[in-house]
Design a protein around this ligand. Structure first.
Ligand code: HEM
Length: 599
C-alpha cells in the first residue's frame, strides 16, 4: 500500500514538474535586458569585444544576449570556452547563415561559413591534407623566402635614405602578394584578373550586416553597419582609398609625413562635417522614413548607427560583384588548365592551391563513401579559393603589425630578440633561414604574447548550436549563435595575473602554452572542429617575417616620438588591425652584402 502511495506521489510530482518547469529548459544564461526588435545590438558600440568583456564581468562567463532577433550566447572564460569548443564541440559546430554568403555562394559552400555536415567535413579534409598540412607549409617555404627577401630589399633601399616607412602598407602588400601567389600562383597586380572585386567581397562577407540580425530591415538592403562600429574618424580602408588608409603611400620622408599629418587633420574636419550632415539625414529619416532617392538613412541609437548611406546595399553589392569575381576565378582556373608548368622555370613552386585542387576536379570527394557521391566541382574549387584568400589575407598582416608595434614600444624586448636571433643565425652577416626559427624560443614567446593581447579575430568566427544543449545548468536552444570572446579570455587577470594587460613575453618562459587550440587560456586560432586549419601556416609566417625584420634592421619611431606616444588603439571588425598605420624608420644592420642575399 505504502509503495503504491509513494508511486502515485512520484507520478504526481513528475507531472507537476513537467507542467511547471522550473528546470533547465527555461533557464537561459544571465544577461542584460533586450529592447524590442534590436535586442541588445545598441549595447555593442564601437568595440564589441571590449563591451562584451565589461558585460561578462557583470553577468558571467556564459551570458545571454539578443542581437536583433538572434539569440546569442557570449563565452568569456577558458573553462566555458572548453565546454563549448571541446566537451560539446559537435553541438556547436555550425555557422550562422549570413546573407552575403548565402547570396554569393547560393547555399554556403567552401569551408569557413559552410554548415556542419558531410560536405564541410570533406572539403575541410581536402584542404587540411592537400593544402595546409605540415609538408605543404614546408613546400611553400621558398615562396615565403622569396617574397620576404623582396620586402627586405625594398626596406633596405628606403633605409639608405632615412625615410619614414608606412610599415602597415608594406606588410599588407607583402601579405597580399604571398597569399595570391600561394593560392593562384600570381600577384594581385596582374591586371588580367580583376581581383580587387574579390577583396571587396571578402570585406563585405566579413562585415556586420544588419539584415542578418533584424531580417525585417533586410528588405531595405542597408550597407553594412560595421561602418558605424568602425567609425572613429580615422577609419581604415583598403588599398587606394582616400581616407588616410590608402595603399598608395609606401615610403615618405619626415616632411612628407608631417604634411600628410596636416592633411589628415583636414580630412578629419571634412569627415566630421560629413558625419554631421549624415546625422541630420538620419534624424530626418527616423522621423520621415526614407531619405532622398537612391539613398536610405536610418537611425535608432546614436551609438550604434552613426551614419548609414546606401549607395549600394550589401545584397546589391554582392549581386554586382558576383559576375566579375566569377569571371576572374574562371580565368584563373582556365589559365591553370592551359599552363604546362614543366616549361615554366619562373614558377617558385610548381604547384599552387589551384593546381592542387584541380587535380581533384570531378573526382568523388570521398571514394569510400557510398551514400554521398558528390564530386568536386568547379564551383567547389572557386569557393575554396575564396575561403583561402579571405582567411589568410588580413590575418597575418594584422598579427605582424601588432608584434612590430609592441617591439617598437618595448625596445628592451626588441634588443633581447635581436640578440637571440643573431645567436641562432650565427652573426649579422646573413639573413634568417626559416629552419633556424626553431632555435628562437624568445621569438615564440614574443609572438604568443602579442596574439594573447591582440587575437587577430577577437570574437573568433561565430558558431551556432545544432541541438538543444544544457551547459552548466543553462538551456541553450538549437540555432543559438555562440560568440567566443578570445580577446577577453586573453586578458583575464584570473588567468594571466594582475599584469594581464601588460606586454610581457617572459610570462611564457616556464609555460609552453599550446597556441593551436589545445589550451583554452589562449585561443587565437579557435579550437576544435571549426578551429583554424591554417594555424600552422599562419604562425610560421608571422614568426619568419618578424625574425627577418628584427634581425635585418634596427627600428625607431619617427619624429622623435617616444614609446609611450605610439598609438595602440585597435579598430574592430572580423579582425582587429591598428586604428592608425604603423610608421617607423628602419636602419639596415647586417653587413652590406647580406642585403642582396634573397634577391
Ligand atoms: C595569424 C593567422 C591566422 C589566425 C590568427 C587565424 C584565426 C582563425 C580563427 C580564429 C578562426 C575561427 C575559429 C573558430 O571559429 O573557432 C579561423 C578559421 C579558419 N581559418 Fe584561420 N587564421 C589565420 C590564418 C589562416 C590561414 C593562413 C589560412 C589558410 C590559408 C586560414 C584558414 C582558415 C579557415 C579555412 C577557417 C575556417 C575553418 C572552419 O570553419 O572549418 N587561416 N582562423
Amino acid at each position: 500500500m505504502v509503495a503504491i502511495l509513494l508511486g502515485i506521489l512520484v507520478f504526481v510530482v513528475a507531472i507537476i514538474v513537467w507542467l511547471h518547469p522550473n528546470d533547465n529548459r527555461n533557464k537561459v544564461p544571465p544577461g542584460p535586458k533586450a529592447l524590442p526588435l534590436i535586442g541588445n545590438l545598441h549595447m555593442l558600440r564601437k568595440q564589441p569585444h571590449r563591451t562584451l568583456q565589461a558585460l561578462a564581468a557583470k553577468y558571467g562567463p556564459i551570458m545571454f544576449l539578443k542581437l536583433g532577433q538572434v539569440p546569442t550566447v557570449v563565452v568569456s572564460s577558458p573553462e566555458a570556452a572548453e565546454l563549448f569548443l571541446k566537451t560539446h564541440d559537435l553541438d556547436f559546430a555550425n555557422r550562422p547563415k549570413f546573407q552575403v554568403v548565402e547570396t554569393f555562394f547560393s547555399g554556403s559552400k567552401g569551408i569557413g561559413m559552410a554548415q556542419y555536415g558531410w560536405y564541410w567535413r570533406h572539403v575541410r579534409k581536402l584542404c587540411t591534407l592537400q593544402l595546409l598540412s605540415g609538408s605543404k607549409v614546408e613546400m611553400y617555404g621558398p615562396l615565403r623566402r622569396k617574397e620576404l627577401g623582396m620586402l627586405v630589399k625594398s626596406l633596405c633601399n628606403a633605409s639608405a635614405s632615412g625615410e619614414v616607412l608606412n610599415l602597415s602598407v608594406m606588410l599588407k602588400e607583402f601579405s597580399e602578394n604571398i597569399t595570391y601567389k600561394m593560392v593562384f600562383g600570381r600577384t594581385h597586380d596582374n591586371n588580367r584578373f580583376n581581383l580587387e572585386a574579390l577583396v571587396d567581397l571578402v570585406g563585405s562577407a566579413g562585415a556586420f550586416n544588419i539584415a542578418d540580425y533584424v531580417p525585417i530591415l533586410g528588405i531595405f538592403d542597408f550597407q553594412d553597419l560595421v561602418v558605424s562600429w568602425n567609425y572613429d574618424g580615422v577609419r581604415r580602408k583598403g588599398k587606394g582609398s582616400d581616407d588616410g588608409g590608402g595603399g598608395d603611400v609606401v615610403t615618405r620622408t619626415n616632411e612628407e609625413v608631417s604634411s600628410e599629418a596636416e592633411g589628415e587633420i583636414d580630412r578629419k574636419r571634412v569627415r566630421k562635417k560629413e558625419c554631421a550632415i549624415k546625422e541630420t539625414e538620419m534624424a530626418m529619416a527616423a522621423k520621415f522614413g526614407m531619405g532622398e532617392e537612391g539613398r536610405t538613412v536610418v537611425g535608432w541609437d546614436g551609438n550604434l548607427v552613426k551614419f548609414l548611406t546606401v549607395e549600394d546595399g550589401i545584397r546589391k553589392k554582392v549581386n554586382k560583384l558576383r559576375k566579375p569575381i566569377n569571371e576572374a576565378l574562371e580565368h584563373i582556373i582556365e589559365d591553370h588548365q592551359n599552363t604546362n608548368y614543366d616549361d615554366d622555370d619562373n614558377s617558385p613552386q610548381k604547384k599552387d592551391f589551384v593546381d592542387i585542387l584541380l587535380s581533384f576536379l570531378d573526382q568523388p570527394m570521398d571514394p569510400d563513401e557510398e551514400q554521398h557521391k558528390h564530386v568536386l566541382t568547379r564551383n567547389d574549387i572557386k569557393a575554396v579559393m575564396m575561403d583561402m584568400i579571405g582567411a589568410a589575407y588580413e590575418t597575418s598582416t594584422s598579427a605582424i603589425e601588432w608584434v612590430m608595434s609592441e617591439l617598437l614600444k618595448h625596445p628592451n624586448v626588441m634588443k633581447k630578440l635581436q640578440h637571440e636571433i643573431q645567436h641562432a643565425v650565427g652573426g649579422i652577416n646573413k639573413q634568417v633561414e626559416e629552419n633556424e626559427i626553431e632555435n628562437m624560443p624568445y621569438l615564440d614567446m614574443v609572438v604568443k604574447e602579442t596574439l594573447r593581447l591582440y587575437p587577430v579575430a577577437p570574437l573568433l568566427v561565430p558558431h551556432v548550436s545544432r541541438n538543444d544543449v544544457v551547459i552548466e545548468g543553462y538551456y541553450i536552444k538549437r540555432n543559438t549563435q555562440i560568440i567566443i570572446n578570445a580577446w577577453a579570455i586573453g586578458r583575464d587577470p584570473r588567468v594571466w595575473s594582475e599584469n594581464a594587460e601588460k606586454f610581457y613575453p617572459e610570462r611564457f618562459e616556464h609555460d609552453n602554452v599550446d597556441i593551436l587550440g589545445g589550451d583554452f587560456r589562449f585561443i587565437p586560432f579557435g579550437s576544435g572542429r571549426r578551429g583554424c586549419p591554417g594555424a600552422q601556416l599562419g604562425f610560421a609566417t608571422i614568426k619568419f617575417v618578424v625574425a627577418q625584420l628584427v634581425h635585418c634592421f634596427n627600428w625607431q619611431l619617427p619624429f622623435g616620438m617616444s614609446c609611450d606616444e605610439l598609438d595602440m588603439n585597435e579598430t574592430f571588425g572580423v579582425t582587429i588591425p591598428r586604428t592608425t598605420h604603423l610608421l617607423a624608420i628602419p636602419t639596415f644592420r647586417l653587413i652590406a652584402e647580406a642585403a642582396s642575399d634573397k634577391e
